[in-house]
Design a protein. Structure first.
Length: 120
């Protein structure tokens, strides 16, 4: 395994650990590039502040968090993939239970693009 892959594995592990600990906003500040993009379905969001505001709205709107589980992680060349299970209630969006794959493109230790694939 190359040094770059080892480093990427460490970064992904730390990021996922912070998410599991509920430190989502702190993780976002630490790991996402200023010009990052996030895509959820057909919706593309550009820029760190735009995406931070979306994450903050999610976190602050949670009224019940029943489950967050990390199932699998894969590491490639400047890309990581992690599969998650979520079960929660949000004050504005209601109750949601789904599995999700997060595909992250990394550059210089920061996430520059992230795309979510969900199944319900």
């Amino acid at each position: 395994m190359s040094t770059a892959t080892t480093t990427l594995k460490q970064l992904e592990s730390e990021l996922n650990g912070m998410i599991l600990e509920g430190r989502i906003l702190e993780a976002f500040e630490k790991f996402y590039a200023d010009d990052c993009t996030m895509q959820d379905g057909a919706d593309l969001f550009e820029g760190k502040q735009t995406n931070f505001d979306r994450e903050k709205m999610f976190v602050e709107g949670l009224t019940e968090l029943r489950a967050v589980r990390l199932d699998d992680v894969a590491i490639g060349d400047d890309v990581t993939m992690s599969t998650w299970h979520f079960d929660y209630t949000h004050g504005e969006w209601g109750s949601h239970t789904y599995d999700q794959v997060a595909v992250r493109q990394w550059k210089d230790g920061r996430i520059v693009a992230e795309r979510f694939y969900k199944s319900v």
